[in-house]
Design a protein around this ligand. Sequence first.
Ligand SMILES: [Zn+2]
Ligand SMILES: [Zn+2]
Length: 261
Amino acid sequence: MIKFCNLYSGSSGNSTYIETDNSKILIDAGVSCQKISKALSQIGVELDEINAILVTHEHIDHTKGLTTITKKFNTPVYATSKTWTQMSDLKINPNSVNYFSAGETFQIGDIAIHPFSIPHDAVDPCAFSIMNESKKITVATDIGHVEDHLIEEMVGSDILLIESNYDRDTLLCGSYPYFLKKRIASDFGHLSNEAAAKLVKKLYENGVTKFVLGHLSKENNFPELAYQTVLNELTSSSSKVPFQLSVANREYIDDILEISN
Ligand SMILES: [Zn+2]
Ligand SMILES: [Zn+2]
């Protein structure tokens, strides 16, 4: 059985909790130690029980809590060597430093972790497929554009957390300065609702049926709009297999999703 629970998701901070029979991990710790601890306590988990934190990339909305968490709990943190170099300012507890490389599957307890590269303006950004026995969960945010290899990595997921960061019109008409709008919409920025919708439809037609939309922008998106944009694509598909679609909450914990082996 794998349990999946989104603690925080969005441009103000990301953290996802995954639990199997004998392992408990976080993907990213992009809010304070206190906020992560509070969210975990709502599902009966203590921070000192966490076996590992996987880091997708160095941006602060993915790394903010690492310094305090590792000082308090010595939690092992896994990142690529380039990402560790970029995180040197954070003064993460040296005892917590562990490495992985994109494309090389590694093991934590009964969880196999497959990191894969994504296009984003960080030094070595990765998404993760988490596998336990026959089950697979993929967490993929901060994606500038969809490349074919990403689709191959995501096929076969029992749950996919996928970025649906911004609505194109809301971004263009919004208050962000031009350079920032350009960065977000670039091939190494974030995924729009429209791009996420097309990707989700393609994956649905390749057998993926559970989707969680995440990393929504506070300024340039609305949960209802992201949901509706993706739903429209899904319902336009010729496939009529039942699907599940939800939007991860930005500021509070989502329901736990469970899949049995
Ligand atoms: Zn980022
Ligand atoms: Zn981010």
